[in-house]
Design a protein around this ligand. Structure first.
Ligand code: ZN
Ligand code: ZN
Length: 77
């Protein structure tokens, strides 16, 4: 898990929008879906999101932390 400080840093970088750029998803380029800070729960509500590890190793810094909307997160599983 990422620390709150790391997640907040990544969130600021994301501008509150999904950073997913997975080519197998339906969005072109970055997803950019608008997210809601309070909805970091992984529930399938509008604006829900998760902090995903890009490397899958949860390196403790923001460069490994990707802000991902619930929709993209569940498409990647
Ligand atoms: Zn997304
Ligand atoms: Zn996506």
């Amino acid at each position: 898990m990422f620390s709150n400080a790391v997640v907040q840093q990544a969130w600021t970088r994301s501008g509150g929008r999904c950073e997913c750029a997975n080519r197998s998803h339906q969005h072109m380029g970055r997803c950019n879906r608008a997210l809601v800070w309070e909805r970091r729960t992984g529930e399938s509500k509008p604006g829900a999101w998760v902090a995903e590890s890009k490397s899958s190793n949860f390196l403790p810094n923001a460069s490994d932390c990707e802000i991902t909307c619930w929709h993209c997160y569940s498409s990647s599983q």
